[in-house]
Design a protein around this ligand. Structure first.
Ligand code: PRX
Length: 648
């Protein structure tokens, strides 16, 4: 079944991203990016050189240019006469709301910047931000940017231990947090984790000040001389702040991400290139029209998606956006669609895992709301299986909204591979082509580029790009080793497996650590998962490669059944009709080689708080080992449930 999803002429006509962008970028790479930088960003001092790659892999973009990221995201919109435009429609989990215009945001950021200065924060100092999804998180980031003090945002779901490591690695002298956060209708503490991260025992904390936003109004421990209430310090500050321009390569933020070793990597980004590419992609990929769109990115501010597509990209473009504090099922499973309906959201950017959850909850839930305002849908974070893609298009996008499946990473800073919604004929499940200005290839084991369809290889980026990471904080060697050595210094190795289809579209196949080798054939976990999910009985699936004496690795699948299937199947164990049928279904979809050796029916999958399935733990189960560290799971009891379910 091949269905084409060409853009409608009406969409194309109004789209920011037109086909000629590809030609422009192709014919003059540096000229293209220089034009983007000048069109989208206001420079206090123009740059002299677009790219300096002489010290590769340490790039300098827009050399000699000076700018202030916070001024670009806030002040210039007010100066342009758009002070009354809503910047943020804040929706609290409990239903409390705040409307913040660009003029309001300008005052809030100025006050916060003045407060930070009063507390001794100056250019180059690192500030840790450990906040829930409240407007102060955006304000805090922009206030740091205004002072040239790189922020290190730590996801509010991380533990005190994780916070401790990140504070220590970045040597942060100030932490901005809240008393607590609302999660599923209940207040849960945050400040306590900051206390524990600072009073860690083994070493002296660099933190001198903790600035605390009052959110839940629960009691907190208070350390005199160190802890200060945000409202007491910030609210009394002057409402204007004179911003200084910084070098284009001035560090903007550090964001920690897990690598193959235990120690998280502090990915750091600088100012001019990052802002240019986030603004450009938000304009041409999300097709943001700031005067008419209401944009909503559902990511948490603690992840790179929140940095690039809640804060810097959309605000640089002067967007009106929704900021939602809570979870999709609080207080009911229609919460997202209620928000879309209420605010007339026109661009929605979310994760495939969320979409599959919505599918599981049923079509009738979104059907209760008016979603006709939606005109562009996006996904990020993992491959989206074609079934989820079609469901998203049909049940959320009214059967017509283009879906942009955007591939990128914390390291890339901004979208790299994605359709342009007014140009590309969409292929469900594929992120398709590098966007204009970006160059990617797929390499084989020997490091040779190839283009033949269906052969599995490694995704690499072949040219520097403006929003690329500038390194790993404090570890130049690790930066080179991790990203620029596997296939030689001219290729950025993304760590993802990929293949082309017959049309030259790129299909991302998951991290290479998730690519299995069965009888000498490479198989992607994502591909088998997608096949399983396309079976009518399956709601979600996770696949791991388990050691196998005969075949090297064998495919082991964990599946969650759909409600109806669970009710109908009298037996779901190994050897049952349903399991046999699912195995055959995979064989049919991909080939007999991909047929899972084992399918285990479970009621939950182990996921991190960002929604990523923790295959490592499933691998432990599949290989009959004791299950490893479960501390990063959103719900640490999931593994017990799985194991006790399997023993029954
Ligand atoms: O494996 C790819 C997957 O997520 C990884 C990057 O994760 P992170 O740094 O946490 O950033 C996530 C948000 C940008 C990639 O190496 N990934 C991300 N987007 C996609 C994807 N895999 C397939 N398709 C995507 N659209």
């Amino acid at each position: 079944m091949s269905q084409s999803y060409a853009p409608s002429p009406e969409f194309t006509e109004q789209a920011n991203g037109q086909a000629d962008l590809y030609e422009q970028a192709e014919s003059d790479f540096e000229g293209f990016w220089a034009a983007q930088a000048r069109e989208r960003i206001t420079w206090s001092k123009d740059f002299e050189e677009t790219l300096d790659w002489s010290d590769a892999p340490f790039a300098k973009w827009f050399v000699g240019g000076e700018l202030n990221a916070s001024v670009n995201c806030v002040d210039r919109h007010v100066d342009a006469g758009n002070g009354d435009r809503v910047a943020i429609h804040f929706e609290g989990e409990g239903g409390d709301t705040r409307t913040i215009t660009y003029a309001d945001l300008q005052k809030l950021v100025a006050q916060a910047a003045n407060a930070l200065e009063e507390l001794g924060v100056s250019t180059g100092d690192r500030v840790a931000i450990y906040l829930p999804m409240v407007p102060e998180a955006v304000v805090a980031m922009l206030a740091c940017a205004r002072l040239g003090a790189p922020h290190s945002v730590v996801f509010g779901g991380f533990s005190a231990e994780a916070l401790h490591t990140r504070i220590a690695d970045a040597d942060a002298k100030l932490v901005i947090t809240a008393d607590g956060q609302f999660r599923r209708g209940k207040p849960s503490p945050l400040k306590a984790a900051v206390d524990a991260a600072i009073d860690h025992g083994d070493d002296e904390s660099p933190v001198q000040t903790v600035l605390v936003v009052r959110r839940t109004e629960e009691d907190v421990r208070w350390v005199e001389g160190r802890d200060l209430w945000w409202h007491e310090v910030v609210d009394k500050q002057p409402e204007t702040h004179e911003a200084q321009a910084f070098d284009s390569e001035h560090p903007l933020f550090i964001l920690y991400t897990s690598g193959t070793t235990g120690k998280p990597k502090g990915i750091f980004h600088t100012t001019g290139g990052y802002l240019t590419q986030t603004a450009y992609t938000n304009a041409v990929v999300h097709d943001l029209h700031p005067e008419s769109d209401v944009y909503w990115c559902t990511a948490d501010i603690g992840w790179v998606t929140g940095h690039s597509y809640i804060v810097y990209g959309p605000l640089a473009n002067g967007a009106t956006q929704v900021l939602y504090e809570g979870t999709p099922d609080t207080p009911h499973k229609g919460r997202f669609w209620e928000i879309v309906d209420t605010y007339d959201v026109s661009i929605l950017y979310t994760a495939p895992t969320a979409i599959r959850t919505f599918m599981k909850w049923g079509d009738d839930i979104p059907a209760k709301y008016d979603l006709s305002s939606l005109r562009v849908l996006g996904t990020v974070g993992e491959p989206i299986n074609p079934e989820a893609w079609r469901w998203y298009r049909e049940h959320i996008g009214g059967g017509s909204a283009p879906i942009v499946d955007t591939w990128w990473q914390t390291e890339t800073g901004a979208i790299m591979i994605s359709p342009l919604p007014g140009v590309t004929e969409l292929e469900p499940g594929s992120a398709q082509k590098p966007i204009p200005g970006i160059s990617a290839e797929i390499l084989d084991d020997e490091g040779k580029p190839f283009t033949e369809p269906d052969k599995v290889g490694y995704l690499v980026l072949t040219k520097p790009w403006p929003s690329m990471l500038r390194g790993i904080w404090g570890d130049e060697q690790r930066y080179k080793d991790t990203y620029w050595s596997r296939f030689g210094p001219e290729y950025y190795f993304a760590g993802d497996g990929a293949k082309y289809d017959g049309e030259g579209n790129i299909w991302l196949l998951g991290r290479v650590d998730d690519v299995m080798n069965v009888s000498g054939h490479r198989l992607s976990t994502a591909e088998i998962e997608s096949a399983l999910v396309s079976h009518e009985a399956v709601a979600e699936a996770a696949v791991v490669g388990a050691n196998d004496e005969t075949t090297g690795q064998a495919v082991v699948a964990f599946v969650i059944l759909r409600e109806e299937a669970r009710e109908q199947a009298d037996e779901v164990g190994e050897g049952s009709d349903l399991v046999q049928e699912m195995r055959n279904h995979v064989a049919k979809e991909i080939g007999p080689i991909a047929k899972p050796r084992t399918i285990m029916v479970v009621s939950e999958l182990p996921k991190t708080r960002s929604g990523k399935i923790m295959r490592r733990l499933l691998k432990d189960v599949a290989e009959n080992r004791e299950v490893g560290d479960v501390t990063t799971l959103a719900d640490s009891s999931v593994m017990e449930q799985i194991q006790s379910g399997l023993q029954k």
